[in-house]
Design a protein around this ligand. Structure first.
Ligand SMILES: NC(=O)c1ccc[n+]([C@@H]2O[C@H](COP(=O)([O-])OP(=O)(O)OC[C@H]3O[C@@H](n4cnc5c(N)ncnc54)[C@H](OP(=O)(O)O)[C@@H]3O)[C@@H](O)[C@H]2O)c1
Length: 278
């Protein structure tokens, strides 16, 4: 199976669907990532704070898959924005991953109360120029954070990884990012299982019409919106199901019904508000 690739604003490309390992326990990560690589995933999304970069690295090493066929993302944690800490942090992540560079390195949260995210992103530009990461981006950034980073560093992040699923679509961030050539990565694409996404009629009906599961219908909605996704599961059958989303297409009417599911009052958010994480 060929997973489509999207071009980033720096000329590199990214597989549109991958495997996220948030909350995969450290001692299960090697097995889980090995399983995902065997099933056909080539894009892995981890983070220093997940505590499982070693397991990701062990699975990569054991896989024998050529490095240039893999796309590996990791992230700079919130307490390491200042001074030269980003240099030390990426060195530690690369050591744990057993890699010479990652494909994408992200500022994990803006932590606006500390007012150091512009510095952190400026350090990522240096890390990219030093060849330690091919592309750089941000995560959980709202429009004012994106505006400042672009204005003050002159560099536009390749991606913004934000909470995004049918009940929480962050259209203001998506619109600004799209206008400025920033790809959106949807984290929690299935709402982290925290509400009854699958029982929602617009989703259940689209799934039934295409003889797929509700999870597949939701992932297909992300892909057709142009978002990058990396749903997490530790179960082989769900990993296969989540990858098997390229054999059908939602109609414009089905897309529009899912678009209409966000109540726009912020009530669909399942994670923290970026202003509250510091
Ligand atoms: N940048 C950030 O701040 C941030 C925050 C959160 C997440 N992320 C990234 O985004 C990735 C994905 O988000 P997420 O893991 O939070 O949430 P998610 O992918 O929306 O949901 C994962 C949950 O859905 C279940 N699930 C997976 N596939 C399913 C299917 N086909 N049918 C039914 N249930 C299914 C999983 O359970 P089982 O494992 O039991 O199958 C798990 O409980 C993360 O792994 C991480 O890489 C980034």
């Amino acid at each position: 199976m060929t997973i489509p690739a999207l071009e980033l604003n720096d000329g590199h490309s990214i597989p549109q669907l991958g495997y996220g390992v948030f909350k995969v326990p450290a001692d299960e990560t090697e097995r889980a990532v090995s399983q995902a690589l065997e099933i056909g995933y080539r894009h892995i999304d981890t983070a220093a704070i997940y505590g499982n970069e070693e397991g990701v690295g062990a699975a990569i090493a054991a896989s024998g898959i050529p490095r240039d066929e893999l796309f590996i993302t990791t992230k700079l944690w919130n307490d390491r924005h200042h001074g030269d800490e980003p240099n030390a942090a990426i060195a530690e992540s690369l050591e744990k991953l057993g890699l010479e560079n990652v494909d994408l390195y992200l500022v994990h949260w803006p932590t606006p109360a500390k007012d150091d995210y512009v510095h952190a992103f400026a350090k990522l530009i240096e890390l990219r120029d030093a060849g330690l990461t091919r592309s750089i981006g941000v995560s959980n950034f709202l429009v004012p954070h994106l505006e400042r980073v672009v204005a003050e560093t002159g560099v536009t992040p390749a991606v913004n990884q934000i909470e995004l699923h049918p009940a929480y679509q962050q259209r203001d961030v998506v619109d600004w990012a799209t206008e400025h050539g920033i790809r959106i990565e949807s984290w929690g694409p299935l709402g982290q299982g925290k509400y009854d996404l699958f029982g929602t009629p617009a989703i259940a009906e689209a799934a039934a019409a295409h003889d797929v599961t509700p999870a597949q219908a939701v992932l297909r909605w992300h892909l057709q919106k142009g978002f990058i996704v990396f749903p997490k599961s530790v179960r082989a059958e769900r990993l296969r199901e989540n990858l098997d989303v390229f054999g059908f297409e939602l109609t414009d009417a089905e897309m529009a019904k899912i678009d209409a599911l966000d109540p726009l009052d912020g009530s669909g958010r399942v994670g923290s508000h970026p202003d509250d994480v510091n």
